[in-house]
Design a binder for this molecule. Structure first.
Ligand SMILES: Nc1ncnc2c1ncn2[C@@H]1O[C@H](COP(=O)(O)OP(=O)(O)OP(=O)(O)O)[C@@H](O)[C@H]1O
Ligand SMILES: [Mg+2]
Length: 294
């Protein structure tokens, strides 16, 4: 990974499979290689703060103890306020109170909130001050919905432009200005040289099905999955009692199935005897996960 073009990495997968853990581990890995790295989450139950054991919140925050590493937890309420303000500010100069009230009213729709978080998120794809931008996305369905939105928006803009000229996100002109930004972002999302989509999964049938489903959904919007992380594998040496032996065999069977069914590079991560939080553990996990990388 070179220092001159920024690279985007998305983590996807079923709830609880280890997306935040693997995103954080990956962040530590790249930052320690000297690349300026940020981890961004739009997960409303953001827990980057738990993982890094420090306050993060809705602003870019340097991570204590790791040079080059930053994190931000996008708060949809705050993102909405910022987005509304950004939309209204240029209009204050030219519109009267009455017209402003109309726009404000329109900005109070639920889709503004959805759009605002995505907008903040996309800002990082329009920002070349980081070498690596890591998105610890919300569970798959939500992620896909966010990714699909711009496609709908462009349709929405065209339809609205033909009608009243108003949309739920404010006047058409305003959205059209953002559209270029979204188009650039979508292009980047589809550019395999710039963007990686990593699926995290457990070696279990439900996880395999979900990964296949979600990766198909992405493919339908023109995005290829880059690689898989199979997380939570019970170490062989621990499979010496009947319970773990059986579970270990179940996992190995599914691991084989994954290798046969899904033609993608796979990284394996063992189940640890602790949660993945704190820099010591993150560094340790990063060494294991990226041991083959130079
Ligand atoms: N290999 C592992 N060994 C031990 N614990 C793990 C491992 N991977 C993840 N965990 C733990 O499992 C829990 C869930 O992981 P994590 O929060 O990363 O999942 P997630 O996919 O981000 O979940 P959500 O979908 O809720 O955002 C955390 O407590 C994490 O520390
Ligand atoms: Mg998470």
């Amino acid at each position: 990974m070179s220092k001159n073009v920024s690279k985007y990495i998305f983590f996807s997968g079923k709830g609880g499979v280890g997306k935040t853990s693997m995103a954080s581990t990956t962040g530590v890995h790249y930052a320690e290689k000297g690349l300026k790295t940020i981890i961004v989450t739009t997960d409303p139950a953001a827990n980057l703060a738990d993982v890094f054991q420090q306050k993060i919140g809705h602003q870019v925050t340097p991570i204590d103890g790791v040079e080059n590493l930053f994190a931000m937890e996008i708060d949809s309420k705050k993102a909405t306020e910022e987005y509304k303000e950004q939309t209204l500010a240029p209009m204050r100069e030219i519109f009267n109170e009455k017209m402003l009230a109309v726009v404000e009213e329109q900005l109070n729709s639920p889709c503004t909130e959805e759009m605002a978080s995505f907008d903040r998120f996309i800002d990082f794809m329009d920002d070349d001050s980081y070498d690596v931008v890591i998105f610890d996305t919300a569970p798959t369905g939500h992620t896909i919905r966010l990714l699909e939105l711009p496609v709908d928006w462009s349709k929405h803009i065209e339809e609205s432009a033909e009608g009243s000229g108003q949309t739920c996100m404010g006047p058409v002109q305003n959205i059209q200005d953002s559209k270029e930004k979204y188009d650039r972002a979508i292009e980047l999302l589809k550019d395999e040289k710039r963007t990686e989509f990593i699926f995290v999964m457990h070696p279990e049938s439900s996880s395999i099905r979900e990964t296949q489903r979600a990766s198909k959904e992405l493919r339908e919007i023109g995005i290829n999955t880059s690689s898989l992380i199979v997380n939570g594998i019970i170490p062989k040496e621990e499979c010496n009692n009947p319970f773990f032996k059986k579970r270990g065999e179940m996992q190995q069977k599914h691991l084989k199935e994954i290798q046969q069914k899904i033609d993608l590079p796979i990284k394996k991560m063992e189940l640890l005897d602790d949660e993945i939080k704190g820099l010591d553990i993150l560094r340790n996990v990063a060494d294991k996960l990226y041991k083959e990388a130079v």
